[in-house]
Design a protein around this ligand. Structure first.
Ligand code: 4AD
Ligand code: MG
Length: 480
């Protein structure tokens, strides 16, 4: 007999059919001579109720069925009298595939804290919350590829091990096979990387952008979607040391084309979730509402999860310059009353997520795209404006998240780029291949990076980035 997925069983309205299902026990309840088992197989957040008539021979084997055990069940579908599901399965025979000792199995049928579940990240996908999150994560991955494929972009696999520091921020994880106990040294006492595996210093990539640009200047419209690594010591609910980034890069796009694409993509992805992940989103929305009830009235969300997502799809993002944003922030009551941890003194200040969220949540009450930042606080590759002070950067800011996308039009002028690299102490010799694109057939081009887990935070309404990636890597944590 072929196994049927529980999602299909629950959708069906054909009763009296004999079927085979397999899954894990969520709960077991015995009343008089009937046993009810809620079975989940990961295909949906909903369980299938298995009804077993208990006879004396069965009692012993049933006593071995506990939460977490895996079962194979053959039975007949019956229209359910109970509320909730419209179908249940009347068991004809069942087999225990794997037991779960209730004294050891840490997941019990009650609400566990997200913190506790992080400690058992190998088992947390068996909870409703995490199975919903990871089904949505899959759907979002697919939607990213579908969005770009439908537009004729090519997906480029850029390297994970690199010799360059794309963002010039220097927060990289070293990759080496040298013997740490016995490092080879050069004559002047430095580590001799020529003896290392690649014959040079190498790191895990912080971004696929620079290699992406090489391909954009050949295939015109490309995107990357891969893991990126940052050794920044940020222990926040929005930072990971290993995260996934989507980086489109487009020849012949200026910053306005870039903003249009970013806005269209975000709306497409959120809308994709609304249309294709409704059951899981409804579950997470309910969960979030319960969480909100624990908060004081004035800190609660005015919109539920679904309304928040619909709001993004249906409203135009606000587009303003950094200079305008500084004016708003400087004159805000929050700044004057000292409510920000970082007070905005004036132009040139780097924006913290509290400022980004103020603009989005309090001032404009919708997503904001900030452009034309001071060149001092942005990367070397951004196109310089004629004012000599700002660059053609664009950051997309979202409610609850702050920065979800960072991008820019790129500097396509060879001389300006080399001058800027010198000013910022970026070794131009090592980047000869990047500079070649500005020597041979250079064109205006633009791109951006979307933090995939930040998108996931927004779509699922989860509060901590550690809860939207299967196995989070954060400072002092690489278990599993
Ligand atoms: O703003 P960032 O640093 O931009 C770049 O890396 C560019 N090379 C992108 C480009 O233009 N192609 O990072 C882009 C996005 C951020 O907006 C944020 O969403 C996410 O990546 N991000 C992180 N997400 C989780 N944990 C971290 N430590 C992150 N750092 C950045
Ligand atoms: Mg950024």
């Amino acid at each position: 007999m072929k196994r049927i997925k529980i999602s299909d069983v629950l959708k069906s309205d054909k009763f009296g059919e004999k079927i085979l299902v397999k899954g894990w026990v969520r709960t077991k309840r015995v009343s008089k001579n009937v046993c009810f088992i809620a079975l989940n197989d990961g295909s949906t957040v909903n369980n299938l109720q298995i009804v077993i008539d208990v006879n004396p021979e069965m009692e012993e084997i049933l006593s071995k069925v506990h939460t977490g055990a895996s079962l194979s069940v053959v039975g007949k579908t019956v229209e359910s009298g109970g509320s909730g599901q419209n179908v249940e399965l009347h068991c004809e025979s069942f087999e225990i595939l794997g037991q779960a000792n209730p004294d050891e199995y840490p997941l019990q049928p009650k609400r566990h804290s997200l913190e506790f579940l992080r400690e058992i990240a190998h088992l947390r996908p068996r909870t409703n919350t995490f199975s919903a999150v990871f089904r949505i994560r899959h759907a979002m991955t697919y939607a990213v590829h579908k969005f770009f494929n439908d537009k004729g972009f090519s997906n480029i696999h850029t390297p994970i091990v690199t010799g360059s520091d794309a963002e010039g921020a220097g927060e990289m994880f070293r990759v080496t096979t040298l013997d740490m106990e016995n490092l080879p040294k050069t004559k002047d006492g430095k580590i001799d990387y020529s003896q290392d595996f690649f014959g040079r210093e190498t790191n895990l990539t912080v971004s696929g952008q620079l290699e992406g640009e090489l391909f954009a200047l050949a295939l015109a419209e490309i995107y990357t979607f891969g893991p990126t690594f940052r050794a920044e010591n940020s222990n926040t609910a929005r930072h990971l040391a290993e995260f996934w980034m989507i980086e489109p890069e487009m020849a012949f796009y200026d910053i306005n084309d870039n903003m249009d694409l970013a806005e269209e993509m975000l709306k497409y992805l959120v809308n994709y979730a609304l249309t294709n992940c409704r059951e899981d989103l409804d579950f997470l929305a309910k969960r979030r509402e319960e969480e909100q009830k624990q908060k004081p009235q004035n800190e609660r969300d005015t919109m539920n999860l679904i309304e928040k997502l619909e709001f993004v799809v249906n409203n135009e993002f606000e587009r303003i310059t950094y200079t305008e944003a500084i004016d708003i922030l400087k004159n805000s009551n929050a700044n004057k009353k000292g409510q920000f941890s970082y007070i905005i003194e004036g132009w040139g200040a780097d924006l913290q997520s509290e400022h980004e969220r103020y603009l989005v949540e309090k001032h404009f009450k919708k997503p904001v795209i900030l452009t034309d930042y001071p060149k001092e606080i942005k990367a070397f590759y951004m196109k310089q404006n004629d004012d000599g002070k700002t660059v053609r950067a664009m950051d997309v800011l979202f409610p609850q998240i702050g920065e979800i996308i960072g991008g820019s039009q790129r500097e396509e002028d060879y001389d300006k780029l080399v001058t800027r690299m010198k000013e910022m102490n970026i070794p131009a010799e090592e980047m000869w291949w990047y500079l070649d694109t500005r020597k041979f057939g250079s064109v205006p081009h633009s791109g951006f990076g979307l933090g995939f887990e930040r998108l996931m935070l927004f779509v699922t309404g989860m509060g901590n980035i550690r809860d939207v990636i299967p196995f989070p890597r954060t400072p002092k944590n690489a278990e599993f």
